[in-house]
Design a protein around this ligand. Sequence first.
Ligand code: ADP
Length: 802
Amino acid sequence: MEIDDFDVCRQLLWPTFWTGEARTQVEEALDRARQGLRTSFEARTATFKGTLKWWEVSVAPVYDAQGRLHQISAVSRDITPRRNAQDAVTALDAFVAFTEAVGTETDRLTLIAQAMRVLRTSLGPVSAAYYELEGAWWKAQLWSEDIAPEIVAQIQSGVPQDAPNFAAATQAQRITLVDGWHAEHEHVSHAAQYGAVALLPTRAQGQGTALLTVGTAQAHAWTEREQAIIRAVGHSLDLALERAQQAEQLNVQHALLDARTQALEGFAALLQDLALETDPYALIRCAQEMVMSLLPDGNALYFEREEGLWRSKVQTGVLGEGVNQAAAVQAQALVDAGIPYDVPESLTVPWKTQQPYYHAKHNQTQGNQADFPDAASVQHVNTVASLPVTVQGTTLGILTFVVFTPHPWTPTDKAVMETVVHSLGLALERAQGIRDLARVSRFNELILNSVGEGLTGVDLQGRTTFANPAALHLLGYVAADFIGQPQHPLIHHTRADGTPYPRDTCPVYAAFTEGQAQAVQGEVFWRPDGTSFPVEYTSTPIRNQAGAVEGAVLAFRDITQRQQAETALRRTNEELRRSNAELEQFAYIASHDLQAPIRAVASFAGILDRKYGPQLDDRGKLYLRHIMESGDHMKQLVDDLLAFSRVHTERREPQPTDANTVFDQVAYRLQTDSPEAALTRDTLPVVLADPHQLDQLLQNLISNGLKYHRDGTEPQVHVSVQQDGLSWRFAVQDNGIGIEAQYFERIFEIFQRPHGRDTYQGTGIGLAVCKKIVERHGGRLWLESTPGAGSTFFFTLPGAAL
Ligand code: ADP
């Protein structure tokens, strides 16, 4: 009783200690004792400290010596531990009963029916019902046979989702025990006879919620034992349902796996027959047939984009066969005509997302085919799947599968289609690889056959593995005598000088013995008729994919003609050089030797003029002046020619020369004759030049600038310079008459002058001398000019530090 102070119960009436059902039992036992009967029962009540305990109570009459009822004795024994043990055993029994009953069962409804059965056998006359939530209603799916038809009708049509106890149990997600059931509150008015109800939240299919309810009409509250049974069954049902759910998932996965394997095996078998098939459409047809064989009636189409339209390239099955003939014809016409790019979602979505697009129930009531240009023609289409066919990330087209009957795409269907389309992508990639390879081999063959070079291959034993037509032609062999034979002894056995060429020094073979390309000139190859021809060749090692050398490729060309041309060119150059030297020599000797007679003619003409000039008539005087002028001109010509030939004959080694000094000397000399001229310069560099020739160069260019000045303009010549890499670019600029562009080239040739001698004196040699000097120094001479404004002559010279 857990009494610390006995006074607490001194004045207490014993029955008041008991509550609820126990109180009734106690009162009944007392009555019976008064009638002289003895009663024992088990009851539950709380101690003085409030602990709920089970008691074994014995109430018996006590008689006095006279045999009269004198007292009533009541003995209460605490039996809580025994009762608890009993409840545990009962729960365990229910658990075992359920587990045994269901065995390895994985069907959800069977498990629930079993749970109901165990509850009813363990709890006695209880009713059970199983509800699933459909929209806003709990709808009964299973119920025990004892439930009255009107209640069945009510729970079948649904209990509102927010019925208080239903809602509380699902929210708490644990077993909820309701003592004193209010049928009205729960909107199941017909179920008013129940006194206590238990609600067990369970797993429905997928993510859904379900409730198992148990009700008893026998009592107002569940006893401990009953609660233990309900909990045990609820717990084991939960475990079994979890197992069922896992089994279900596993089954789905197995089915997917099976479908995939089946599709793959089928497709692989088909592809094996098409191992060398390179036509992509044949492969696509094969994939279509494969998938269609696993789906209900329908068809498959493969679309590619072409100039604004989706064009069907491969079709398996008739559009809408046996469904609606008129619509089928119309649909086929629509497909044949091509469908605009941006219209059907079933094509545009997978194209854009590169993901499969599944569409179920493609019919007008749902308005799903509004995206099709002609909705009526696809009325019979219930289900469509469109999958992008991609090769290395690029979508080639869209494969669509259409099923006529209403058929939601199952995960298995999807797995089949996706697996087949994936392997189709791989097959297409391989086919493309084969096509590319064929193209490359054809291309290579074409190159081998068309090049003029001889190309042959040798293996590690030195045997010829292949030879192109040019090689056979150049070497004078037919393939049968050449290919497969050791190459060196056939074509390379002897050197150009007739000495034997040992095989182990052969550079063709060195390519693979040393693993490095060899380029060789000055050797000869031999023909079977004993003739030879000079060759230039390269021998390059051939490596396999692992990088190991497998042989070499020899590329050679017959250089007979080139050698002949080179020899001819060398000879011509030599002749030219000799003739130039002779010419220069001749010019030098001629001009040198001519100087004396010309001087004699000039001086005698002078004497003649001085002594006999006055005696001559006008005509005689004119003749004499002509003789003197021609003599002067001839003298000038000879001097200039001499200077021209001396550019080479009297040259000195270039040395660092200060161009400022040279300019100043030239300017000084020229200024004496033309004091009115303005001759200026920038600070000039030190260049690598023959000082005498640099003087001559500047003298000629500056004096031309003065000579070809414009009437009425003070002549100005300015020399400037600019660095150009390692060399210097000089510019001699005047403000003279300028030169027309058509003469830019010619004026550098000897004796070429656009002006007559009567306008400007000259021999036409000055610029030719300049050009020779600049070129001798490795530079370039050119000009820019604006007629009437002036000319600038540019030349380059190598720089030098002093
Ligand atoms: P020459 O001055 O003796 O005629 P050049 O070889 O020096 O011979 O010049 C060739 C021709 O180039 C000249 O006849 C002249 O027509 C033209 N020429 C050369 N320098 C200039 C210049 N600075 N301005 C205009 N014309 C020029």
